[in-house]
Each structure stands twice: as C-alpha cells, then as structure tokens.
Design a protein around this ligand. Sequence first.
Ligand code: AMP
Length: 249
Amino acid sequence: MKILVPVKRVVDYNVKIRVKPDGSGVELANVKMSMNPFDEISVEEALRLKEAGKAEEIVIVSIGPAKAEETIRTALAMGADRGILIETDEAVEPLAVAKLLKGVVEAEGPSLVIVGKQAIDDDSNQTGQMLAALLGWGQATFASKLELSADKATVTREVDGGLQTIDVKLPAIVTTDLRLNEPRYASLPNIMKAKKKPLDKKSPADFGVDVAARLKVLKTEEPEGRKAGIKVKSVAELVDKLKNEAGVL
Ligand code: AMP
C-alpha cells in the first residue's frame, strides 16, 4: 500500500507573527519557516504504518516555492521514501491545492492520503475535505487514532461531543489532529541520507491547474492587545469583582 502525505511550508509555530507595515499581509522576510505541525503528525503516522508492515511506500508532496524542498527533505529525513515538489511562488489557496493533490493522487494511485487538519498560517481546514470531494473518496477528519486493514481504515475522530469511531473504505482521506501521535525528530545521519532520496519537481501547469488567487485580502491587522490584569487578595474580593465590576456572576 502506498501512502501520500502533503506537507506545507509555513511560518514556524514559535515565531511571533508580525503584520507588514502596509497591512497587506504577514511579514515573511527573514522569518523561520518549518513544516506545518499537523503535517509532521501525518508523516509520523505514515511512518508508524510502514513500520507496522501496513504500508510499503510513503510519498511526500508539497506545493510552494523552491525552498519548500527543505520541508520535503525534513519528511524524507524522518523516514519517508520520496518527494514531489510542485513549485510555485503564488500563495496557493486550498481549492487549488486540492486540485493539484487530485492530480498527484491520479498519477500515484495511493490507497490513503494523510492530510493535516489545518495549516497554521491560513487556518483554513479545507484542503482534505475538498480533496475527498474532488476524488469522490471517503474521508475521516480530525483523527486521534488510526487503524488500517486491507480494505478499510478505522478512525477515532475528535468531535464536539467527545470521540467518534468510524470505518472508512479505502482509498480514503484522513486528516490528522494533535493527539494522534508525537512526531519523531530526524537524526543527523538520516538528514544526510535524505539529501540523496529522490525528489521530483513539477509545476502547477503539469496538472493543468490555475493557481491564481480567487480571494482578495483587503486588510491584515494585529489583534487588540490584552489589558493588564490585577491581583486580588482573597476569594471574596474576586467574587465581588466578578459580580459588581465584570457583571459576569
Ligand atoms: P488548510 O486547508 O490550508 O488548513 O490545510 C490543511 C492541510 O492541507 C495541511 O495540513 C496540508 O496537509 C495540506 N496543504 C495545504 N496547503 C498545502 C501546500 N501548499 N502543500 C502541501 N500540502 C498542503
């Protein structure tokens, strides 16, 4: 069985985001970029399935600038087998990403695509669902547990009311939630080895997909700063303030 894992290059989750002075977007110059954390979880899950003998090959795909090759190499250093970079300097929206991934799926024929729940830059939470719709495949979103058998995946999902377990027939799309696993770090020897693993380069035109933006960003603003808090001396004072000042009790 082949598993396809899309990985996105995003601003590192430790970086404090700054809005560009002209409000046209978020500052990306000289900012540390890393693999989207949910995609690290997807790569880890695919590796565990391979180590358990449930999968033979893990293919990584990223859509982004030439530097997204580094993100693919990180996944290869974690243990994935090969990569595909669909190179573009455009900021590609989820629908165009899903159309490109559909093209990759048709060319590669994976039985399972493990997609992150959301990219932490745009927080769209759309790509996996759109890909399932475009392919006409089943989907299990927000997975916190995944078990594979020959023809189905059994997925425990994090839903508002708690946990829900469903079966989805393969081929399928699974999107990963935070509690699914803890991704491993790549070791130095594996980082060196990953430099030699195969990586194909493509362009959106190879898949006949127009990646031009459909959405227009009107303005980007910093959220309002939080007001300073105060310390109270006793529970009675806290209750009094909640009742008489905040009016929440
Ligand atoms: P989103 O719908 O933008 O929140 O992204 C959800 C997931 O789709 C991410 O965690 C990735 O697995 C995948 N994805 C989104 N954009 C890209 C991209 N440019 N390249 C590869 N995968 C992507």
